[in-house]
Design a protein around this ligand. Structure first.
Ligand code: ADP
Length: 467
């Protein structure tokens, strides 16, 4: 379909720690790519600025070329820095590569350099690049705590140099990550950290009275941005009602907006998805059966009969409802179904617990626990799934449920944050037109059973489109 162009066309530069698919850890990467593409298709000029992580696969970038060599400040020194231009999934990207050890390592996060200092450096290096090249976008759109110091640097430093035009938007994807930063660490990017140690500016409200040293880059970013966005209307309400950022968000309520994320419908399209053994779409759903059969066969699950297949793809962290995920592994089997979990944990003991579970369950023919990160497998699993499970304790927006729905799976979710804005219960009479899944409220196993059992009954009762 032809996409309508906006009338007020702008130049927007996103500045971010993640971008799908080349530097993605979770939803942040997906959303930055999807939002950039959506704005490009409406006629805006869009660039993404990203650290040139060593782990980025260069063959995934087209037209990569060095465009600027310059110096950017860090901790009393000027660091030689290269800016490259390239195109990723049809989106223009500017890669910032310092000549020090920052952003080196096998993964996006967790390298042996100081992460906080690396992102402080990156935030300044992006502005410095604009200063050096004279590029002045209308909007600088920063994401998460990693880029939280940029609004401070912009208004308190670069405005008195030559950057005048841009206005700053901050999107908060997850308030749990607040960018804890000591005053002297902030000073390393060239600001005077002590200036920000007040309640009105960047002091970490959780430690007021006993630790004036501790700042929050996320809070500073909220105070210093022209607009602040979070990723769903319900999460906006939740963050105004509780949590230590509530008071600063209430103070800045007039510039704080809750806008529901969407998914990138080019990357996530079962009709064209190159990772799938068979393509499908709502009017021609037969390919989905092949995808399910392919996965069952490939992973050694029973493939005879029509057994409901539950899929859960997630970072394995407390936020995601770990006890409910492990409970579903048992419950799906009890109900005669199958379950595949694709997940990875940054926490050693969590990973270990799930490894034990994998050893216990992976021998049978109904459960597979796959402890890895795989973009390719994630596409195949969404395509194979009858039910996609998202039992989060809290969830700013959540993409898995939306991707699942686009791939013809029925979501079973906990009613929180963006899940409450995107999934509406089949058996709730007030949801007549919007009904698209199964929703539960409690954080106990019984609540989950109530939703999962109903999803299974609908499946068995042939209510799902394919059966
Ligand atoms: P969050 O941003 O908190 O991780 P979201 O639901 O917003 O949660 O986004 C998660 C994204 O990361 C989805 O695209 C999901 O498919 C993907 N993802 C999570 N874990 C894995 C994994 N182990 N392998 C592949 N993709 C994953």
């Amino acid at each position: 379909a032809e996409i309508e162009k906006d009338s007020n066309l702008m130049h927007i530069i996103h500045i971010t720690a993640e971008m799908a698919p080349i530097a993605k850890v979770g939803g942040l990467g997906d959303v930055v790519t999807g939002l950039a593409r959506a704005c490009l298709s409406r006629g805006h000029t869009v660039d993404i600025m990203l650290p040139f992580y060593e782990c980025i696969q260069k063959q995934e970038i087209s037209d990569l070329a060095l465009i600027t060599t310059y110096n950017s400040y860090h901790d009393g020194n000027w660091v030689a820095t290269n800016a490259y231009h390239g195109v990723v999934s049809s989106i223009p990207v500017i890669f910032i590569e310092p000549s020090n050890q920052f952003f080196k390592g096998k993964n996006v996060y967790g390298g042996s350099y100081n992460e906080l200092e690396a992102y402080l450096f990156f935030s300044r290096a992006c502005l410095e690049w604009m200063q050096v090249t004279g590029v002045q976008p209308d909007i600088i759109h920063v994401h998460e705590w990693q880029i939280g110091a940029l609004p401070l640097l912009y208004w308190d430093m670069y405005q008195s140099l030559s950057l005048k035009k841009p206005r700053i938007v901050l999107t908060i994807h997850n308030m749990e990550h607040y960018g804890e930063c000591r005053q002297e660490q902030l000073s390393k990017c060239g600001l005077d950290g002590s200036i920000y140690a007040s309640v009105e500016k960047a002091i970490d409200d959780r430690t007021i009275g006993h630790n004036p040293e501790r700042l929050s880059l996320l809070k500073g970013g909220i105070v210093y941005s022209n607009a602040v966005v979070t990723v769903s209307p319900t999460y906006l309400k939740e963050t105004l009602c509780s949590g230590w950022l509530a008071s600063v968000l209430i103070t800045h309520r007039d510039k704080y907006f809750g806008i529901l994320n969407g998914i990138d419908t080019v990357i996530w399209n079962p009709a064209t998805d190159a990772f799938l053994p068979a393509k499908f779409h709502a009017q021609k759903p037969e390919g989905k059966k092949i995808c399910k059969y392919y996965i069952q066969k490939g992973l050694g699950l029973k493939s005879e009969g029509t057994v409901p297949l539950v899929v859960c793809i997630t970072r394995l962290v407390a936020q995601k409802g770990l006890h409910l995920i492990t409970h579903t592994i048992k419950r799906a089997e009890e109900l005669g179904g199958q379950m595949i979990l694709l997940g990875n944990s940054p926490v050693h003991w969590v990973q270990k617990d799930f490894e034990d579970l994998a050893n216990l369950h992976n021998k049978g023919t109904s459960t597979r626990i796959l402890l890895m990160y795989s973009e390719e497998l994630s596409h195949m699993l969404y395509a194979a799934a009858d039910i996609v499970l998202v039992p989060s304790i809290y969830e700013p927006c959540g993409l898995a449920q939306m991707i699942g729905m686009r791939y013809g799976a029925v979501p079973v979710v906990r009613k929180t944050g963006g899940l409450a804005d995107t999934v509406f219960d089949m058996d709730d009479p007030s949801n007549h037109e919007k009904a698209n899944g199964f929703v539960f409220e409690g954080i106990d196993e019984g609540s989950l059973n109530w939703a999962l059992d109903r999803a299974f009954r609908h499946f068995i009762g042939s209510k799902f489109c394919l059966h």
